[in-house]
Design a protein around this ligand. Sequence first.
Ligand SMILES: C=C1C[C@]23C[C@@]1(O)CC[C@H]2[C@@]12CC[C@H](O)[C@@](C)(C(=O)O1)[C@H]2[C@@H]3C(=O)O
Ligand SMILES: O=C(O)CCC(=O)C(=O)O
Ligand SMILES: [Fe+2]
Length: 339
Amino acid sequence: MVLSSPSPLRTKKTQAIGIPIIDLSLDTTTLSQRIITACQDYGFFKVVNHGVPIEIISKMEEVANGFFFKPASEKLKAKSNPPSPFGYGCRSIGFNGDVGELEYLLLQANPDQILLHSDTFNVVSDQPTDFSCAVEDYIHVVKGLTCGLLEILALGLSLTDTNIFSRFIEDVDSDSCFRINHYPGVKTSKTTHESNKPSQSHQRIGFGEHSDPQIFTILRSNDVPGLQISTVDGLWIPVNVEPTDFCVFVGDALEVLTNGRLKSVRHRVMANMSSRSRLSMMYFAAPAMNEWIFPIPQMISPGEQRLYKSFTWNEYKKAAYSLRLGDQRIDLFKCHSGL
Ligand SMILES: C=C1C[C@]23C[C@@]1(O)CC[C@H]2[C@@]12CC[C@H](O)[C@@](C)(C(=O)O1)[C@H]2[C@@H]3C(=O)O
Ligand SMILES: O=C(O)CCC(=O)C(=O)O
Ligand SMILES: [Fe+2]
């Protein structure tokens, strides 16, 4: 594994330290060990040499930019009515008062459900088929990458059933979703520079601190900075992303399935970093709604306590949507008795 070299402390609470970079051209045994270490220590890693065709990524970026550059009045036509998490959103995140300096499109990702978004595709682009094909192609390849990584992960955890995680994602009813976030660039204010006062834009939160509820999240962004992950001791590490890389986040469901051995990573996006706009795309790999999530018995060593209760993915999603973005929803499902 290649680790980026440490650089000096930037602020009291933000530190640039080595973030695991996983080279997928390595042999499976080495890979599986490195992925486990990264998921245990950070709940996060970057992936290089993944083999996802650049044309598919660039096409997705092109159609997404085409949408976000449209006038606000056009984009608002892609807002869901009645309100649902899906479709176009601007500033408002979820239904409980969270806001961020971004606009986004949120879509269901499984091949059957994506067809339900045809109304959205008709308004997001003058060439709806071009848009929907770009989305379908992108999801297809990223889903393949996700399942491959989850199989290597299961191998690294010495689980006999190496499809135990990927099966959730391959399920035709999987609740995986796809999100495209657009963070407009910051207009630098002359007045602020002249008066030498700290700019308001320093506090601009693009997407507030949270962990992802799903199993795995695969992110790709352009080269505009802003993403930060939190370490166990509460330090924020900026993640510099190359447009050719993917970032992988452990989600809450994987923390539960591994009885806490792999930790879901808290992360956020700062929106004060560049005059250029940031575009990110996330594939959230999730189980089907009726699927049970609980610590896999093989993940509970003799003498170890079971940390989480059993619940369906539907129950977990309901809990997530009843809470604020930054809430620790996983705590609701902890076994206090150890049973
Ligand atoms: C405030 C919220 C937005 C969110 C649902 C929630 O109530 C809490 C979890 C949020 C999150 C974070 C990861 C993904 O971006 C997301 C789609 C998800 O599954 O959980 C969002 C939800 C959302 O924006 O709808
Ligand atoms: O936009 C990003 O880079 C990350 C956004 C995110 O964490 C999310 O949508 O869950
Ligand atoms: Fe996230």
